[in-house]
Ligand binder design. Sequence first.
Ligand code: GLU
Length: 302
Amino acid sequence: MTGPRYRGRFAPSPSGPLHAGSMLAALGSWLLARQAGGEWLVRIEDIDPPREVPGAAQAQLDMLAAFGLLHDGPVEYQSRRSHFYQAALERLLADGTAFECHCSRSEVAAAGGIHRRCVARRPRPDPAIRLRVPDGCRIAFDDGVHGHIVQRVDLEVGDFVLRRSDGLWAYQLAVVVDDADQGITDVVRGADLLDSTPRQILLQRALGLPTPRHAHLPLLLGADGRKLSKSEAALPVSADHPLATLRLLWDCLGQAPLAGHAAHSVEEFLRAAAAGFRLDRVPLQARHVCAAAHNTNVSTRA
Ligand code: GLU
């Protein structure tokens, strides 16, 4: 059986409502999937209960629906998939690619914050599991927006955590297992995850999984050209005026005005946008108009 030509996904963590930056990623990813005649899946990445906000996952799904970003198939929840992460971890432990690490946070910090070898003075009852990153490990890939990216994973990241000492799964392992299980061909997400991609490629290789294509969409900038602060970036978008917000997000994605700007409904706009979207117009950083996208939908709706 052959998989689909194109399958994208949006994978929010339910740590709060979707903000303008995440809606930008959702929109770009949806448009590319629809343009390719492909599928678009939604996966709730709820593997970090302490950071989870009750009701956030449903609010995120409602927001996507309000913006017309309809998904294919059932929504997947990472919290139901531990056994798959466990199986992957056991394979990595069995072949020596992963190892138990007894180092404390302060011991790793004292070694420059990049783990290259265990320095633990005493074993801990709750060791983390890390991936062993070989010396000289250099991962390169071509990003649809950022072009050729190279990372020396050994020097810039070090041996990274797959299962935390508190027993929670690390994002890097879960995302790789799920993208492969769901047959994702194209990962389109925010540029804050650009430097995670080499780790994920390394894991895909260690597990014998395919590497999808990648495109990392711009982060939003404030009107002053600087990245939005965490608290600003965390402000939710409003579902009250989805069409106006979609137009602003479209501008943030560097797209030329299209006939769909005159559209009277979200559906009409999205149809025109999917036909006219051009990845080669997407800027590395979102234009300042995004601050307007943000403010329009936060403060003027009070
Ligand atoms: N769950 C991650 C986040 O909300 C995104 C994961 C991904 O797209 O790979 O930041």
